[in-house]
Design a protein around this ligand. Structure first.
Ligand SMILES: NC(=O)c1ccc[n+]([C@@H]2O[C@H](COP(=O)([O-])OP(=O)(O)OC[C@H]3O[C@@H](n4cnc5c(N)ncnc54)[C@H](OP(=O)(O)O)[C@@H]3O)[C@@H](O)[C@H]2O)c1
Length: 252
């Protein structure tokens, strides 16, 4: 078990990629705090599944965009499980629109959730990790940070900023034994990508050299690696996990 006796907090752990990460962490022996915003039933179902299999998980409600709620959430998690050793900032949303039509509210919601959420949780846990001289922070970015799509100025900006933030924070925390890395997934089979997959699924697959859409488990395995001792000398990196999507091969 690669994460035995570790306490992990996964934001957006109720569904999709976060759910798979929470499950994979539990299998590796971590105690897992599953943070959700609205999907209470899904979060509680996941927690029950993990606990029934002999693992340890607890669900916590918090909106990652709300700094005070995040502080309170981290306090509750630490009271329940103990210090947080591993933080996965996975919660994210899309609200696509062409730029000229994009409402400032859609810009603010995406930036405050995707980027603000990363800031809020890092801010709430970083000092404790520094004091303990150990910790792992994993931010879920996207290939959309570098490989942009129409209608995603807000989303791409949030993910590009997460990559820069990851590198900058990694430099500050490195000598305190805390690593900060990001994962940039390609197309992954979750609710978030459902609309695009339903509309253009076959066409997308032609652009992926591995000829398949990724699974949440493809990302979860990389998160386990970045959370474990195996990645001890890696920090400030953005790992692309996309089946070759961004290599730029021409679709057949
Ligand atoms: N799917 C892809 O193809 C893909 C590709 C690249 C990157 N990503 C990134 O991977 C991450 C996970 O995406 P996914 O595909 O798993 O999405 P998803 O299936 O839509 O799940 C999103 C998760 O984020 C949570 N969440 C959203 N807003 C939140 C908030 N304000 N506070 C707390 N939790 C919040 C949701 O919780 P509730 O349901 O409780 O609201 C849910 O658990 C995101 O950062 C996304 O940008 C996904």
């Amino acid at each position: 078990m690669r994460l035995k006796d570790q306490n992990a907090l996964v934001t957006g752990g109720s569904r999709g990629i976060g759910r798979a990460i929470a499950q994979a962490f539990a299998v590796e022996g971590a105690r897992v705090a599953v943070v959700y915003r609205g999907s209470q039933e899904a979060a509680e179902k996941l927690v029950a599944e993990i606990n029934n299999k002999g693992g340890r998980a607890v669900a916590f409600q918090a909106d990652v965009a709300d700094a005070a709620a995040v502080e309170a959430c981290v306090q509750r998690v630490e009271q329940e499980l103990g210090p947080i050793h591993i933080l996965v900032n996975n919660a994210g949303v899309i609200e696509d629109d062409l730029f000229v039509r994009m409402k400032p509210e859609a810009w603010n919601r995406i930036i405050q959730t995707n980027l603000g959420g990363v800031f809020n949780f890092c801010h709430a846990v970083a000092f404790g990790m520094m004091q303990r001289r150990a910790g792992r922070i994993i931010n879920i970015s996207s290939v959309s940070a570098e490989h942009v799509n129409m209608g995603q100025t807000n989303y791409s900006a949030s993910k590009g900023a997460i990559n820069s933030f990851t590198r900058a924070l990694a430099v500050e925390l490195a000598k305190r034994g805390v690593t900060v890395n990001a994962i940039a997934p390609g197309f992954i089979e979750t609710d978030m990508s459902a609309a695009v997959r339903n509309k253009a699924g076959d066409r997308i697959v032609k652009f992926i050299p591995m000829r398949r859409i990724g699974t949440p488990e493809d990302i979860a395995r990389v998160a386990v690696f970045l959370a474990s001792a195996d990645s001890a000398y890696i920090t400030g990196q953005v790992l692309t996990v996309d089946g070759g999507l961004t290599l730029g091969a021409v679709a057949e």
